[in-house]
Design a binder for this molecule. Structure first.
Ligand code: ZN
Length: 135
């Protein structure tokens, strides 16, 4: 069984963080939480907290997959991240159930959290990220 806690963030692919940020700030009045270049993912991630969850703007900083995604589909919702308890166990359970994964093992994501992506095929086209906070 996977222990799901909440939606951690909804990630939006953007070409220019500053421009997108200005829109989210003026339209919704959101303020910036953390903003960091995530070396392991070659992206810049900017979190806009909303209650217990966040919108995350992600801009490619050498991430070719994300750059291709933007060229093909344009800016928009890129993935949904779900917080789980025990990400290793969650991955093992999904693997045992035959679910297609992008990451077989967790890797280090933004804020030092452990993250792993499911293949979009597993959910009919939506990229899902599992997150376990570092605390
Ligand atoms: Zn994410």
């Amino acid at each position: 069984m996977i222990k799901i806690k909440k939606i951690d963030h909804v990630a939006i692919a953007v070409r220019n963080t500053d421009e997108s940020l200005a829109k989210f700030q003026s339209v919704l009045g959101l303020s910036v939480g953390e903003r960091e270049v995530v070396a392991s993912q070659k992206t810049e991630a900017t979190l806009l907290p909303i209650g217990e969850t966040s919108i995350e703007l992600i801009e490619p900083k050498g991430n070719e997959g994300l750059a291709r995604y933007l060229d093909k589909k344009g800016p928009g919702i890129h993935h949904i991240a779900i917080e789980v308890e025990g990400i290793e166990n969650a991955l093992a359970a999904l693997k045992a159930a035959g679910v297609r994964l992008v990451d077989q093992e967790p890797r280090l994501g933004a804020r030092g959290h452990k993250v792993a992506f499911l293949h979009p095929e597993a959910t009919g086209g939506i990229l899902i990220e599992l997150v376990e906070p570092s605390h």
